[in-house]
Design a binder for this molecule. Structure first.
Ligand code: ZN
Length: 178
């Protein structure tokens, strides 16, 4: 009997996170908050909800409209590990990805189009940490935060929109529940 290589690879990647969070239990997530207007998104609204127009996340905008929220703080929605903090070409702009260990499972939060990045790959961070600021992805959009939450933490960055939501969960529902 042989295990397919891809399966083995995924098992190893989970094992790396298992040992990381076993060593640093203070960074396991007890709960989640919203990424803007912390903790409850006060002063912001969700302009494009999960699955609306095949959207794979939520688009957080300041209630002032336009670019009134440009440069506003973006906070980590929970304790976790910064697995990615880089600029991606095209519509993504500056992207921060954080892996969360929560109730024995793994989740990933993705924060896109940021004006600035305030954390580094490899950082362990607490909920509510300033991780970046709201941006326009280099002028492509009016300023907003694109937030995704994934229950498959090893997917590519993707396209932000798809009919198939496998691996993605409704960010607002998830944060409200947890
Ligand atoms: Zn979006």
């Amino acid at each position: 009997m042989s295990i397919p290589d891809a399966t083995l690879l995924i098992q190893n990647r989970y094992a790396v996170y298992d040992s990381l969070f076993a060593k640093h239990p203070d960074f396991i997530a007890p709960n989640f908050d919203f990424p803007v207007g912390k903790p409850n998104a006060t002063g912001y609204y969700n302009a494009q909800k999960f699955t609306e127009n095949n959207h794979l996340g939520d688009d957080w905008n300041g209630i002032g409209g336009g670019n009134s929220d440009l440069g506003d703080a973006v906070y980590s929605i929970a304790n976790g590990y910064v697995s990615f903090a880089q600029h991606i070409k095209g519509g993504w702009g500056n992207v921060i990805r954080i892996v969360h260990r929560y109730e024995g499972n793994y989740y990933e939060s993705v924060y896109a189009h940021c004006q600035t990045i305030k954390v580094k790959e490899g950082d362990l961070i607490k909920k509510g940490t300033l991780i970046g600021t709201i941006g326009t992805a280099n002028g492509i959009y009016l300023a907003h935060l694109h937030l995704e939450i994934r229950d498959n933490i090893f997917m590519d960055i993707g396209g932000g929109y798809a009919e198939d939501t496998k691996g993605y969960i409704d960010p607002t529902k998830f944060i409200q529940r947890n």
